[in-house]
Design a protein around this ligand. Structure first.
Ligand SMILES: O=C(O)CCC(=O)C(=O)O
Length: 236
């Protein structure tokens, strides 16, 4: 997350209790897959960038996740709550330094609940939603994420995705396979995307970043940050 090392940082995260703006518009890209452009204000994005910068430094630092068949992902990832590596979640970063990952903060649980209320336009949509992990991905200009399903969780609770920095092409396919037909959606800084309901296990990926499209006031000098909150369904 080198792009996050410049720009202003703030210490606290009080912005997330009452301050999320009502969504300007929303589009249901597929049943249960909702895009809410401009959901986060610039100050909220700055707070998230500052929090992600702290997590990127440790206790389990950001890294290019190694793939089981060799090589590594072009995206860099740091996790909170639970540590993800392909096919499993653990409390410790066993493929990094063995340390226990940072706790998943309560303010982020509240943010996730509010995201569901706004995405699904239903006051009770966030009831009982308690995400316990977030994968925080940093994309430089060349990074991509191939088509995949989020299915290492033992839960079908929605995935809440927040984007900050450079915009990207987000590709949403079906739950059946990684091939066409798919929809390409431009995700910009501040956008919310929720994958839930029939789209919870849809294949998706990020084939392209648009470098230089972020807003410097986010505190991210370059690149793209994406935070996906999830419910692991694990205990312990
Ligand atoms: O970067 C994104 O918008 C998607 C991230 C994603 O698909 C994942 O973390 O599984």
């Amino acid at each position: 997350m080198t792009g996050a090392r410049t720009g202003a940082t703030t210490g606290a995260v009080p912005l997330f209790d009452d301050d999320v703006q009502p969504p300007a518009q929303r589009s249901e890209i597929a049943p249960g897959a909702v895009h809410v452009p401009g959901w986060l204000t610039l100050p909220q994005q700055r707070e998230l960038v500052a929090a992600c910068r702290r997590w990127a430094a440790g206790p389990v630092p950001i890294r290019h996740t190694r793939l089981p068949r060799g090589g590594a992902m072009s995206v860099q990832t740091v996790c909170i709550g639970w540590h993800w590596q392909p096919y499993r979640y653990t409390r410790t970063g066993d493929d990094v330094n063995g340390a226990r990952v940072a706790d998943f903060p309560d303010w982020m649980v509240r943010l996730g609940r509010r995201a569901l209320v706004d995405a699904y336009q239903a006051p009770d949509a966030g009831d009982g939603y308690t995400p316990d992990t977030a994968l925080i991905n940093f994309y430089d200009a060349a990074a991509k994420l191939g088509m995949h399903q989020d299915k290492d969780e033992r839960s079908d609770a929605p995935v809440v995705s927040l984007s900050i920095g450079d915009s990207c092409v987000f590709r949403l396919g079906s739950a059946e396979n990684r091939n066409r037909p798919w929809s390409d959606v431009e995700l910009a800084s501040g956008d919310l995307f929720v994958l839930g309901g029939p789209s919870r296990f849809a294949y998706h990926g990020v084939p392209r970043i648009h470098p230089g499209t972020g807003h410097p006031d986010t505190g991210l000098a370059h690149g793209r940050l994406n935070i996906t909150m999830r419910v692991t369904g694990l205990t312990g």
